[in-house]
Ligand binder design. Structure first.
Ligand code: PLP
Length: 379
């Protein structure tokens, strides 16, 4: 093993959002930020950049475009042009800009969003003066799926965009090629803009699954899609704030850039170098991280059984607590020493989300606290 994921690091003195939220007797397993050191080659790239003592405004280096293009080619066989890429300080600004870009010209005002979903999706419509159309996903044998019948039923002539997340946060689904094909047909047939947040790519737990960017399916769906990527989840560098939108359609790309102007700041030089080092990685980080997370997932499944959604991907466990007598799940589990994300935040009441991207010893302590919280609230 090149990387040791069992090492526990004290993050309390680092103003960590994750570790500052709760009091010191609460183990934080909420926000999507792992408790593993980022890989040495990423840290080395940042150190090297610091050899130059001026951290001025910085343009994205051409070498970053090349690193990301090669990364898409290596992982998916997807060939994209450098001028399709628009760099951003985050995926969340990308979600918002995508909607503003599309609707800035008085087009169809409704945004369809399958739920539960990562909570900033639920603010996008309102942020952009649009109307949200939430469509509940379906659950089949513990696995969450897009419900195309419901989506079709909700769709109307004002629906202009569809926002998805794949691999999906919080349900851990990685959509199959069949589902993506169906999604692509739905989008093209109804002439929608598809915004696809693919930030959790590469963290695939289910050996039979393969993550595929939806825009790669064919050129037609690519023209309808803004795909959002970042190295920040996979390499555990979310604080460096760097992401990228892939926008093959030139008009859509120009509208997106216009929407960005004056609203979104540039990216810091450390975000660029860290991302470039990550996208150039061809070593053992991803396989070893995924193997460790699979081990954590197994430990969780052994403890939680059917409560745990069947995860294809991500390090986020989606746990059914709907049979328990809990009013406020965040406060309830915090009182038992565990910081989780309440499902209601994602439009998934009756669930909690637990981040298991941490050393196994910490996970076991978290599970013990979770079980105490569950035992205390049985009906
Ligand atoms: C699905 C998803 N999208 C976006 C983000 C945040 O991305 P960024 O920090 O680049 O805005 C997260 C972070 O948890 C996420 O889970």
């Amino acid at each position: 093993m090149t990387f040791d994921f069992d090492v526990g690091l004290n993050r309390r003195a680092s103003s960590s959002t994750k570790w500052e939220k709760f009091s010191s007797d609460v183990l934080p397993m909420w926000v999507a930020d792992m408790d593993f050191a980022a890989p040495d080659f990423v840290i080395a790239a940042i150190r090297q950049r610091l050899d130059h003592p001026i951290l001025g405004y910085t343009d994205q280096p051409e070498s970053l475009n090349v690193a990301f293009q090669n990364w898409l080619q290596r992982h998916y066989g997807w060939k994209v042009e450098a001028d399709w890429l628009v760099w951003l300080p985050g995926v969340v600004p990308g979600l918002n800009l995508a909607c503003r870009a599309h609707f800035g010209r008085g087009q169809r005002l409704k945004v369809m969003i399958p739920t539960p979903v990562y909570h900033p999706f639920l603010d996008v419509a309102q942020n952009s003066g649009m109307v949200e159309q939430r469509v509940p996903m379906a659950v089949s044998n513990g696995r969450w799926e897009m419900d195309f019948d419901r989506m079709q039923a909700v769709l109307d002539d004002q629906t202009g965009a569809l926002l998805i997340c794949n691999p999906q946060n919080p349900t851990g689904r990685c959509y199959s090629t069949g589902e993506l094909q169906k999604l692509a047909d739905f989008v093209v047939r109804n002439d929608l803009l598809l915004v696809s947040d693919e930030i959790h790519c590469n963290i695939i737990l289910e050996p039979g699954c393969r993550h595929q960017p939806v825009a790669q399916i064919d050129p037609e769906i690519a023209r309808h899609t803004i795909s959002l990527f970042a190295a920040t989840k996979i390499y555990n560098i979310p604080g460096v704030s760097c992401a990228v939108a892939v926008i093959p359609d030139p008009n859509l790309r120009e509208q997106f850039k216009e929407a960005r102007a004056g609203l979104v700041s540039g990216i810091g030089p450390l975000g660029f170098v860290a991302s470039e080092a990550a996208f150039n990685d061809t070593g053992q980080w991803i396989p070893e991280l995924v193997a460790y997370l699979r081990g954590n997932y197994t430990v969780l499944r052994e403890s939680l059984g059917e409560r745990l959604a069947k995860l294809d991907a991500t390090y986020l466990a989606w746990i059914d607590v709907s049979d328990l007598r809990i009013v406020d799940s965040e406060a309830h589990f915090a009182a038992h020493g565990l910081g989780i994300s309440p499902g209601a935040q994602f439009d998934g009441p009756g669930y909690v989300r637990l981040n298991f991207g941490c050393p196994r010893s910490m996970l076991k302590e978290g599970i013990a606290r979770l079980e105490r919280g569950i035992a205390a609230s049985r009906v």
